[in-house]
Each structure stands twice: as structure tokens, then as C-alpha cells.
Design a protein around this ligand. Structure first.
Ligand SMILES: Cc1ncc(COP(=O)(O)O)c(C=O)c1O
Length: 439
């Protein structure tokens, strides 16, 4: 097996020279469930959850690991995360509905979103979720009224933009001043938000939240985030009497998509975050808050691969060889959105030396529908099962029906057993909501 650090932890090759994950032959999975197919390694998911819980135990106070469900929002994942004792971040009514379907304990749900609709606010309140992370003044008012109408007091965190810009793609930077998310500390909106939530009769301000971005490799951004937030918290404690009990530093830890990527480990991330929060609380004379972290990608990302079938091969001599697969930007839009790089291999030729540089193209009507550019794989043939690793986060989550393409199936593998946790859409599913012109 090449690139063992990029594939799920149980990945190996079997006696037939096929890629195996969770004790299941990936070529057999592709035949049984069809392609494109998301294959999640259950052990890898559980190991990442446990790694977070173990790593954050270095924090001298209480802590909570909150899975950002947007990375892989589905019922089975919510169930797995609940079993592992993590909390859950939802960013829409749809994600909350999946959490409810899974029976996720509402008290451990955090509801995000920069424009929660009145219907979503109602859904959250009726579900009795633990926390709303408020993101706008409009939401403060809407939530206050809706909670008051139900005669409940809703616990709230305010989302802050600390003015920190980590080194990552600009589309996934979220903590800078010029952001659609949260209340800016520098422009005074954050202080005003704290004041207003504390004055709202049906809201109980218990903490603050910030999320500075995604696919972050260097830990210094988190230290700067914590410093910026604590500077503000110290002033608000003094001026407004606000004591912050919950301190959520967000998610964002990067993962290894290719051999060139060198992200920090979960343990290094936890140590840096825990040390920064403890030091800042001490230096500002504040009580140690409950520390929350909200990982998505670093839990789900490396746990999955996507398997495709090679359908056509176009060799342009001296230029490029296109290997076209039966999916593309409908199941993985990240290369087009963020220029994301992936590796690839042929699951049915796992022991054959990679020797041919190809470009893996999707089947969609866009020249930009390229999944992996210039990747070395074993000599490809039509019918091969091509696999891209690292697709567990924001892959299925961002899947779409472009070109009327049904969304893929998702299987969870472990101990030689595969369970279909999301069924493949059919053309009928895709057409189900369409109505005739003349009615
Ligand atoms: C508020 C919030 N928390 C957590 C996350 C998870 O980030 P990641 O998957 O990079 O860990 C995101 C991602 O967009 C987010 O917006």
C-alpha cells in the first residue's frame, strides 16, 4: 500500500492485490453497491472521536468535543458520534432534522448559522436543543421573542469574529473582520451583542464561539484567536459583568489530502489550544471556562474514500491522459471550489507500481470537472475501480444533482462487514419533485 497516511487506518491490500478497507474488498464493494460509492471506515471515525477526547484531557478544566455535522451530516454519523460521547454542531434545520432522527441528545446540540430562518429557530426551540450560537442582532431578537412565547429560557453563545486570518484558502477563512459570520470584536458589534443578549428576557448568555477557518495547518492562528477573545472577555467582565462559562474555539484542523500536506496532529492542536486558554484565563484573572472544540474535517475526512468506475480513457499524445470516472463534481466539488488536491489509486491494482501520470476527470459537462490533476497510478484500463482517498468530509455533504446525477450510496465498513448507511439515489428520486408545465 502506498500513501498509508492518506488512506483510512484499516486500508491494506488483500491476497488478490485489491485495496481492502475495514476488512472489505473495495472492488467487491464497488460491484455490490455500485459506483460512485463513499466507503467509510468505522474504526477510523471512532478513533478520531476518541483521539479528540483523549487529547483534550490535557486541559485543566472541563471540555467538550463537538462534531461539526456539516462535514458529514447523516443519521448514522449522528448516532456514531452520540455513542462516542461527543456533542453536535448543526448549521441548518436539515442538519438538526438528521440529528433528531438519530435521537441525538438535544442538550448536547449547538445550532449555528448566520441567517437562521424563523422556522429553523422554532425547530431548535421545539427540539429543546442546548445552545443557539447567535450570529446577528436580528437573530437575538427573533430568538428572544420565540423563546419568550414558549415560556423558556434559551442558553446562548455569541459568535465572534476575532480578526484572525489563518493561512488557508480564502473561501474557508471565517475569522477575519470582513466576514459574513459573527460579531466583530474590533468594530464594537461583539460588545453590543453581549450587552443585548444579556438584556434579552428569554436568553441566557453562557459563552462565546469563534471559528477562524478550515484546513488550517499552523497552530499559531488558534493562539492569536484565543488571545483576541480573552482580551475582549476581560473588558466585558469588567465593564458588563459578563462571566464566560463556555469558550468554543471552533474547528478547522487540517488533514493530509496529499503527501505534500503536513497538518498538526490532534494532540498538538489540543495542547496548543488548552495551553493558550489556560494561560489567557490566568493572565486576565478570569475563571477557567469549559473549553469546546468543533472539529469536522479532522474527524470524518480521512475516514473515507470514494470508489469510481473508469469509463473512458482519452490519451492526447504529448499532452495529457484523461481517465474519466462515473462521478465528479456532483460527489466532490472541492477541487473546483478550493483547488483542492487529492491522490488516486486503482483498487483492483493495489499492488501494481504506479507508473502512469493521468488526470482523473468527472463525467459532467464542465471542463473544470477534474477530480485529480497529474496523479501517478497503475496503468489504467476501462472497468478499473479508481479510488480517491480523503473524501469523508464535505464530499457527500456537498453532493448535488448537477446533470441530473443521482447522489451516490454511502457504506460503513468494519470487521469485514459493509452497511449501507445512505442509499443511492435513483433517477426517479431526482425527478420526484418535478411538476409538469401545463397543470
Ligand atoms: C462554525 C463552524 N464550526 C466548525 C466547523 C468545522 O470545521 P472543520 O471541518 O474545518 O473542522 C465549521 C466549518 O465550516 C464551522 O463553520
Amino acid at each position: 500500500m502506498t500513501h498509508t497516511l492518506i488512506y483510512p487506518q484499516t486500508a491494506r491490500h488483500d491476497d488478490a492485490g485489491h485495496l481492502e478497507i475495514g476488512g472489505c474488498d473495495v472492488v467487491a464493494l464497488a460491484r455490490a453497491f455500485g459506483t460512485p460509492l463513499f466507503i467509510y471506515d468505522e474504526l477510523a471515525l471512532r478513533t478520531q472521536c476518541r483521539s479528540y477526547l483523549d487529547a483534550f484531557a490535557v486541559y485543566p478544566g472541563p471540555f467538550e468535543v463537538v462534531f461539526a455535522s456539516k462535514a458529514f451530516p447523516c443519521r448514522a454519523m449522528c448516532e456514531l458520534v452520540a455513542e462516542e460521547g461527543l456533542s453536535l454542531d448543526v448549521a441548518s434545520g436539515g442538519e438538526l432534522a438528521a440529528a433528531r432522527l438519530a435521537g441525538f441528545p438535544p442538550a448536547r446540540i449547538y445550532f449555528h448559522g448566520n441567517n437562521k430562518t424563523p422556522a429553523e429557530i422554532d425547530l431548535g426551540l421545539d427540539a429543546g436543543i442546548g445552545f443557539f450560537v447567535v450570529d446577528s442582532f436580528e437573530e437575538v431578537d427573533r430568538l428572544d421573542h420565540a423563546a419568550a412565547a414558549r415560556g423558556v429560557r434559551q442558553q446562548v453563545l455569541v459568535r465572534l469574529t476575532p480578526g484572525v486570518r489563518p493561512t488557508t484558502h480564502s473561501f474557508v477563512q471565517t475569522g477575519q473582520v470582513d466576514s459574513k459570520f459573527g460579531f466583530g470584536i474590533e468594530d464594537g458589534r461583539a460588545r453590543e451583542a453581549v450587552r443585548r443578549v444579556r438584556e434579552a428576557g428569554a436568553l441566557d448568555l453562557v459563552g462565546v464561539h469563534a471559528h477562524i477557518g478550515s484546513q488550517i495547518f499552523e497552530l499559531d492562528s488558534y493562539r492569536r484567536e484565543v488571545e483576541s477573545l480573552f482580551d475582549a472577555l476581560a473588558v466585558w467582565r469588567r465593564d458588563l459583568g459578563f462571566a464566560c462559562c463556555l469558550f468554543n474555539i471552533g474547528g478547522g484542523l487540517g488533514i493530509r489530502y496529499t503527501e505534500e500536506d503536513h497538518p498538526a496532529s490532534i494532540a498538538e492542536f489540543a495542547a496548543a489550544a488548552a495551553e493558550a486558554v489556560a494561560a489567557q484565563a490566568h493572565d486576565h484573572g478570569l475563571d477557567l471556562p469549559r473549553l469546546l472544540v468543533e472539529p469536522g474535517r479532522s474527524i470524518a475526512g480521512k475516514a473515507a474514500v470514494t470508489a469510481y468506475t473508469v469509463g473512458t480513457i482519452k490519451d492526447i499524445p504529448g499532452v495529457r491522459t484523461y481517465v474519466a470516472v462515473d462521478g465528479g463534481m456532483s460527489d466532490n466539488i472541492r477541487p473546483m471550489l478550493y483547488d483542492s488536491r487529492y491522490e488516486a489509486m486503482l483498487a483492483n491494482k493495489a499492488t501494481v507500481e504506479p507508473s502512469v501520470v493521468v488526470t482523473v476527470a468527472g463525467k459532467h459537462c464542465e471542463s473544470g470537472d477534474v477530480l485529480v490533476r497529474d496523479v501517478k497510478i497503475a496503468p489504467p484500463e476501462v472497468g478499473d475501480v479508481l479510488v480517491t482517498p480523503g473524501t469523508g468530509a464535505y464530499g457527500y455533504a456537498m453532493a448535488n444533482n448537477y446533470n441530473g446525477q443521482p447522489r451516490p450510496a454511502v457504506v460503513l465498513v468494519g470487521d469485514g462487514r459493509a452497511r449501507e448507511i445512505i442509499a443511492r439515489e435513483t433517477w426517479d428520486d431526482v425527478l420526484r419533485l418535478q411538476r409538469p408545465l401545463n397543470q
